[in-house]
Ligand binder design. Structure first.
Ligand code: FMN
Length: 368
């Protein structure tokens, strides 16, 4: 059984565990002659990297990416691109406690029930360490999408506290430790997370991901719909418990009148959508409007207060996380969400071009 690969024509396979010597991925299907160096990938990894603020885990990883294959003279060759990151902060602590006990909210129990063996050091393969490779592959996907496609994400909710959409400023996102587009919300979250960190507790979050500059036509009905693949890709991120496209669950509270994305013509002959409740996707196909998705991340499971659990022998025990603690894993999920959207879009773009090479790159009607 092989389920470590995502994509059809742009294909990413990741490998590695939290405390193995290294993690890596193979990105296959990348078109030749695209400019690509390690410096194009590293900034995205630096945004996901742990230990950058007091609000995320203090594990110190350099996360230095190396391109092992598929690039020659700064250009992709069309052959598999292997990317590699060494694990440098695998603390050689004693893991015997969690080797036998299952941490509530973690994959310890399900890996053991399914496989009967697991690498318990730092969660092994189930650790979000693997998401570093998604981010690296996402940087390659952005190259495939080209400079006209812009993919950005922001943290829009921490616990019950949401951003004020009227105060949304993309330039604020890289100014605070939370990737928050609303400066006042970022200040409130700072207070909240400091308190949570002190008390050893944690909180969930919602992330919004937006892709702009996409051509219409991406998406492969019926079982490769763009919204379905985005949902699956975002849901595959650790700790994600919900995904919405466009208005998502809020659409259920609208009427048909309120939800209609009405259409008019632009002077240049392209279609002008008057709103975007659909999140840029109709019938599983991109409209050319921004693609908008949101995903909910549960509170960090490893908290400092003891929680009831069981061990491998069926004894009732308590589990308590000691040491490094992350009060909101939603923060570090922001660059991971961008990467997953980029990977799905790059794959869908190549599939769209393969089936329909003459399709227009803007929302122009066939008989106009
Ligand atoms: C970027 C990122 C970092 C994470 N770091 C932690 C962490 O430090 N502690 C923790 O308890 N969970 C962390 N998680 C979540 C766990 O990996 C996840 O909850 C666990 O593997 C069980 O999988 P599930 O929640 O998807 O069912 C992180 C998730 C992401 C996306």
């Amino acid at each position: 059984m092989s389920h470590n690969t995502i994509g059809h024509l742009f294909r990413v396979t990741t490998w590695g565990e939290s405390h193995g010597p290294a993690i890596g991925c193979v990105v296959d299907g990348v078109p030749p002659r695209l400019a690509l160096t390690e410096a194009d990938i590293q900034p995205f990894l630096d945004r996901r990297r742990p230990g950058q603020s007091k609000f995320v885990t203090q594990r110190q990883e350099a996360d230095q990416v190396r391109i092992l294959s598929g690039v020659f003279d700064g250009l992709t060759t069309g052959t598999p691109i292997a990317l590699h990151i060494e694990n440098t902060d695998q603390r050689s602590k004693d893991y015997s406690e969690i080797a036998e006990r299952y941490r509530p909210g973690h994959a310890d129990i399900t890996y053991d029930l399914k496989y009967g063996i697991r690498d318990y050091r730092g969660g092994g393969r189930s650790s979000a360490r693997e998401t570093a490779m998604r981010v690296a592959a996402g940087a390659v996907a952005r190259r495939v999408l080209g400079p006209d496609v812009r993919i950005r994400a922001a943290l829009v909710q921490v616990g019950e506290d949401q951003v004020d959409r009227a105060a949304w400023d993309w330039s604020a996102v890289d100014e605070n430790a939370f990737f928050c587009p609303d400066r006042a919300a970022a200040a409130r979250w700072e207070q909240r997370l400091l308190e949570l960190r002190k008390s050893g507790n944690s909180v969930g979050a919602v992330i919004e991901v937006v892709a702009e500059g996409l051509p219409p036509g991406l998406g492969a009905p019926i079982y490769g719909k763009l919204d379905a693949e985005i949902a699956a890709a975002l849901m595959s991120i650790n700790a994600v418990k919900g995904v919405e496209i466009g208005d998502g669950f809020a659409a259920a509270a609208l009427t048909g009148e309120g939800n209609a994305d009405e259409m008019r013509m632009n002077p240049d002959g392209t279609v002008a959508f008057q709103s975007n409740h659909a999140g840029g996707i109709l019938g599983g196909i991109s409209t050319g409007q921004p693609v908008v998705a949101r995903f909910a991340v549960k509170p960090t499971s490893s908290i400092l207060t003891p929680r009831a659990s069981v061990d491998r022998q069926g004894r009732e025990v308590e589990v308590q996380t000691k040491g490094r603690h992350d009060p909101c894993v939603g923060i570090r999920a922001v660059p991971v969400g961008e990467a997953m959207l980029a990977i799905v879009l790059a794959d869908q773009l190549l599939r769209h071009r393969a089936q329909n090479p003459d399709a227009p790159s803007v929302a122009r009607l066939p008989r106009n």
